[in-house]
Design a protein around this ligand. Structure first.
Ligand SMILES: Cc1cc2nc3c(=O)[nH]c(=O)nc-3n(C[C@H](O)[C@H](O)[C@H](O)COP(=O)(O)OP(=O)(O)OC[C@H]3O[C@@H](n4cnc5c(N)ncnc54)[C@H](O)[C@@H]3O)c2cc1C
Length: 262
């Protein structure tokens, strides 16, 4: 069967760019195309389009090779008001920064950018006794959206690695979901998740973070905790020292190697 062509990117303009915490900014985009935007699921994402110099594109690129795409979770979509919000983590300085992080710091109201997508969000397993979310600043928007959508009687954990103490956010969670903030970077996320008292019954696990941490968590969940495939969503959202384009290649190879090793 012929694969359906992805929707054409739409041009949106920035209406607001405000800090949420020191290392996270909320960008609100608007445009007439949002009035008829497709229905989205929790943790659905868009692609921001930049040229090869890192400038936001506002006209379609001449070819696929002339564009750098960066992926961001839709934090909120208000079709009636034609507003779409994304929460962007800030990282690096100068050449370490990446086009998306640079844009998040500097995008002015009125400026435009092409936006691809939306891509489907990744749901929690349907049936479970308890939940476990694990992530970092990049998946905090998706985790926050999932937590907000949970029924009030759910219990479990959300373990979230953030850059600094001041990057903690007030999250809307069921009373019995314990939020544990991990300050810093590297393997601390995996270590903190490994130390959690494992609850009884079947978990639904949703995890997204840096590539090496993802691999550490995958080993913990699959090999040590024997979590069945059906109860686990796990993904890397970025990789230390690699741009999103390079990370995409690494991710594909890792998934193939993991599938072969099973
Ligand atoms: C499905 C999905 C949803 C995502 N949703 C969000 C979201 O809602 N909010 C969000 O902030 N991110 C999100 N991300 C992650 C984001 O797409 C990446 O962090 C992306 O690489 C940032 O692009 P950039 O242009 O800033 O940096 P790139 O050009 O991709 O990378 C440049 C350098 O910066 C480093 N880098 C990239 N991201 C980070 C980081 N977060 N911390 C430290 N160093 C980094 C890279 O390792 C590289 O060395 C999502 C990713 C996926 C796959």
């Amino acid at each position: 069967m012929k694969k359906k062509a992805p929707p054409r990117p739409i041009c949106l303009s920035v209406v607001e760019n405000n800090p949420i915490t020191p290392h996270m900014r909320r960008i609100v985009l608007t445009g007439s195309a949002l009035a008829t935007y497709p229905a989205i699921s929790t943790s659905a994402y868009i692609k921001l389009l930049f040229d090869l110099d890192g400038n936001p594109l506002d006209t379609p690129p001449s070819s696929k090779e002339a564009v750098q795409m960066r992926t961001y979770t839709i934090r909120a979509l208000e079709r009636q008001n034609k507003r779409l919000s994304i929460d962007m983590a800030l990282h690096g300085e100068g050449s370490q920064e990446g086009p998306a992080s640079h844009w998040a710091k500097h995008a002015q109201p009125g400026s435009s950018i092409l936006v691809g997508g939306p891509g489907n969000g990744k749901p929690l397993a349907k049936h479970y006794d308890w939940v476990l979310f694990a992530g970092d600043m990049t998946s905090l928007p998706a985790i926050a959206s999932h937590l907000e959508a949970l029924p009030s009687n759910v219990h479990g954990y959300a373990v979230i690695q953030i850059t600094s103490e001041e990057d903690k956010q007030l999250l809307k969670t069921p009373d019995n979901v314990q939020v544990k903030w991990v300050i810093g970077h590297g393997s601390q996320l995996v270590e903190n998740v490994a130390q959690l008292p494992w609850l009884t019954g079947i978990p639904a696990i949703w995890a997204a973070c840096e590539f090496s941490s993802m691999r550490g968590l995958r080993t913990l969940f699959r090999d040590q905790r024997q979590v069945p495939h059906s109860q686990l969503y796990i993904s890397s959202y970025w990789r230390e020292g690699r741009s999103e384009d390079q990370h995409k290649v690494d991710k594909r190879k890792d998934a193939e190697a993991f599938a072969t090793a099973k």
